[in-house]
Design a protein around this ligand. Structure first.
Ligand code: TUI
Length: 311
């Protein structure tokens, strides 16, 4: 399966792994890259020196291309942006903001820049600023989200841009991948699917919560604060949504989730912790290894595209 994205990134399959906070470390990123996709180290709020170590450890485990995701709400983002250049990382994805101020530095260093966008307006701005591709992420995704669905966002961003578009949000198998390609995408990014994978260094309670989830088990917290975050329903989301309904202020709500993603991912507290995951969790029924996820997704995408061609 060759697309503009496999050529741009020099990868075998047009599948990119989401840069999930606490989850996307060197073991997962190298496993995805070794299986022919693009693995991503999620810098999230990791200290810059640890990001540097993660990059070096990833390099020891793979000689294939991999990238780093910069979460732009992170106060350390300026330093992480420089570490990427210093370490010679070839691909960067960004999330939760506008990466314009880093664009010149990255382009001069020959880094391929792929911002996550949740609107056509930001996608256009990124293309004008020199982005090599964009990831159009729908609100089906886990974690920090925009307001538009993948189904509506991807064709509108594809029409608006000349650079390739990668679809994200609600994709976990070959049918989702095929649909994304039909909407104009040249690749897909999957997050939740790679959380429930063997190589992800994630507490088994977290993986099991995804495996057991149904279609209606996610909720969006933080609509009132301007930081909407999709996660699986639990005691934390019930209390959070109740407090939001009663008009709790931002700082009060923040206290409830301080350190709560780490508590869920590392310590396995999936009751009071934050279990970020997308709406597609209900489709994920088994923990699989990265290679099987990638190969099954690509094979299924190709076979459904062929089968539907006969309609
Ligand atoms: O970034 C993500 N997903 C994330 S980041 C994250 S870490 C976090 N932890 C606790 C609370 C909040 C965040 C967890 N999940 N996805 C990429 C993404 N970017 N989705 C949506 C956007 C986005 C939204 C608006 C990008 C840009 C934007 O507008 C920026 C602007 O300034 O115009």
């Amino acid at each position: 399966m060759k697309t503009k994205i496999t050529k741009l990134l020099n990868i075998e399959y047009p599948i990119i792994q989401g840069g999930m906070a606490w989850v996307a470390e060197h073991n997962l990123a190298s496993a995805v890259s070794n299986a022919g996709g693009l693995g991503i180290i999620g810098a999230a709020s990791t200290p810059p020196d640890i990001v540097r170590e993660e990059i070096r450890k990833c390099r020891q485990l793979t000689d294939k291309p991999f990238g780093v995701n910069v979460m732009l709400l992170n106060p350390n983002a300026d330093e992480v942006a420089k570490v990427i250049v210093q370490e010679g990382v070839k691909v960067v994805t960004t999330g939760a903001g506008n990466p314009a101020k880093y664009m010149d530095m990255w382009k001069e260093a020959g880094v391929k820049v792929i911002p996550v966008v949740a609107s056509v307006a930001l996608a256009r701005l990124m293309e004008r600023g020199g982005a090599d591709a964009v990831i159009a992420e729908g609100m089906e995704s886990g974690g920090h989200i925009g307001q538009t669905t993948t189904m509506a966002l991807v064709p509108q961003v594809s029409d608006a841009l000349k650079i390739p578009v990668i679809a994200a949000g609600g994709i976990a198998d070959g049918r989702g991948m095929a649909a994304a390609l039909m909407l104009g995408a040249e690749a897909v990014q999957m997050g939740t699917r790679f959380v429930a994978c063997k190589e992800a260094v994630v507490h088994e309670n977290y993986k099991n919560k995804i495996i057991k989830a149904t279609d209606i088990d996610s909720a969006v917290t933080g609509m009132s604060t301007g930081h909407p975050v999709r996660c699986l329903r639990n005691k934390m989301t019930r209390i959070y949504l109740d407090m939001e309904k009663k008009g709790a202020d931002f700082m009060e709500l923040e206290k409830l989730t301080l350190g709560s993603l780490k508590n869920a991912v590392i310590d396995g507290d999936v009751t009071q912790g934050t279990v970020m995951a997308g709406q597609i969790s209900g489709l994920i029924g088994e923990v699989k290894n990265c290679r099987d996820i990638i190969e099954e997704t690509v094979n299924e995408a190709m076979s459904v595209i062929k089968a539907r061609g006969d309609i």
